[in-house]
Design a protein around this ligand. Structure first.
Ligand code: SF4
Length: 457
């Protein structure tokens, strides 16, 4: 797949993504997807990073980065996507291009590297990622991958998303294009059922998917393909036979959902696994979309069972967490789905970020936060500190790099982003989240931390 300006424009203007809708005043479009990095501000990763984030969770393939070693090294292993099978995806492969390759071209080196990986690791496929350097020197990724595929008798998938083409989000979508062009639809499932679904945009961070898969199994819903958390290569090949695509907590791969709708007639819905209310709604919506009344009855029965058991398990936490005040600083759909999960525990979310949220997300946040809640459009450590003081928050829930802000404010912190080690999805995830928040807030360390220093008394 060649990256043309037409292709990039098409990916940035997906109709299902609210970022691309016209402003309320009818003038121009919201440019959120096209925003370039601001010098001096902490930014998300590049397009290459976005592509690898979305594809690396496919567990039994080798992911080979064609570029200088730092491109791979800077982002490799940052996300905690877990696997129930192969661990091959955890190996970092790179062609490590050097000055000579830049002058004479890196195609031969790439071809050789694919052969070496194929021979030494016998992967199901090799995904080859371009980077700024190898795209700029003009290495023809598609041609090398095609030749290597024929020679080594295995699928070699080019992922054309060098960092300079745009944001992490664009990289996500470009990786989706690679799957659509080279993987989805290349194999047939042994059999199909009326209850086959795909999950799109769930990466099994800290094993979150494993909290939810048993629920689908109990209901008789088959997850035909996970795109891409804990996925095998073969299941992604067969994804085109699903009856429904369920996009989880992200519009990152919305191009996959829309393209699969057009090509294979698969409708899609957007759902979240965080919080009791959202989990219930997710199961109900899937059953309704699959249009089976017996399944809908099973869902209602399961929800009744799960919520009864959950109420018992959460009762002690709800008592201890009632009325605690939380500042939430995260991105996209988590900025509202975690509010709903916190409110289930009796916690008052006093502020949340809306930086990466779509208009649809913001509308949900407004509804959930009420009049008093603060919506933080732009945030930095100083602004978060000010907000914590202003709202007298008891807890900051944010991405890992904000933990020092919480420490400065002398309040507990919970990591909610990709580096987290605990899974908060599904009904069991709610118990885990309650336990983590409870442990953070009631840790005896806070009494010590908040005491005046010996030299101050
Ligand atoms: S911006 Fe380019 S050089 Fe930097 S990490 Fe991304 S792909 Fe590599």
């Amino acid at each position: 797949m060649k990256i043309t300006s037409g292709k990039v424009n098409q990916l940035l203007t997906q109709s299902g993504c609210e970022h691309n809708h016209h402003h309320a005043d009818g003038k121009g479009k919201n440019k959120a997807c096209k925003q370039q990095a601001q010098p001096g501000l902490a930014q998300g990763g590049c397009a290459f990073d976005g592509a690898s984030i979305a594809l690396v969770p496919i567990t039994d393939v080798a992911h080979l980065v064609h570029g200088p070693i730092a491109c791979a090294g800077n982002s490799w292993g940052g996300r905690g996507s877990l696997s129930s099978g192969s661990k091959l995806y955890k190996m970092g492969f790179t062609t490590d291009v050097s000055e000579n390759d830049i002058i004479f071209g890196g195609e031969k080196k790439l071809y050789k590297a694919i052969g070496e990986v194929a021979q030494r690791y016998q992967p199901k496929a090799v995904f080859v990622y371009s980077t700024c350097v190898t795209a700029l020197i003009g290495d023809d990724l598609d041609a090398v991958c095609e030749a290597a595929s024929k020679k080594f008798h295995l699928p070699v998938i080019p992922v054309n998303s060098p960092g300079f083409v745009g944001s992490k989000n664009l990289g996500n979508r470009l990786s989706g294009e690679s799957l659509l062009e080279h993987v989805v639809g290349t194999a047939e499932p042994e059999y199909t059922t009326p209850y086959d679904i795909n999950l799109i945009g769930e990466y099994n961070i800290a094993g979150e998917l494993w909290n939810v898969l048993p629920l689908f199994e109990k209901l008789g819903i088959r997850v035909l393909a996970k795109i891409t958390g804990d996925a095998t290569y073969d299941e992604v090949c067969r994804a085109h036979r699903a009856k429904l695509n369920v996009m989880i907590c992200s519009k990152a791969l919305i191009n996959m959902a829309t393209a699969m709708g057009e090509r294979y007639g698969i409708p899609y819905i957007e759902e979240s696994f965080y919080g009791v209310a959202d989990m219930n709604r997710c199961l109900r919506n899937i059953a309704a979309k699959l249009g089976d009344t017996a399944l809908q009855d099973r869902v209602e029965k399961l929800i009744a069972e799960e919520t009864t058991a959950l109420d018992i398990a959460l009762a002690p936490y709800r008592q201890r967490l009632q009325g605690k005040r939380m500042v939430l600083y995260t991105g996209g759909v988590k900025s509202w789905s975690i509010i709903s999960a916190a409110q289930d525990l009796g916690i008052k979310v006093v502020a949340t970020s809306t930086k990466k949220s779509t208009e649809e997300d913001k509308a949900r946040i407004r509804k959930l936060l009420g009049e008093e809640g603060v919506m933080l459009e732009k945030g930095n450590a100083q602004e978060i500190l000010r907000l914590i003081n202003q709202t007298k928050a008891d807890l900051l829930v944010a991405g890992g790099r904000n933990q020092y802000t919480a420490l400065k404010a002398r309040i507990p912190f919970l990591d909610i982003n990709q580096e987290r080690h605990h899974s908060y999805a599904g009904y069991t995830g709610m118990i885990e989240m309650a336990r983590e928040i409870d442990e953070a807030i009631y840790s005896p360390i806070w009494e010590q931390v908040r005491k005046p220093a010996p030299w101050e008394v």
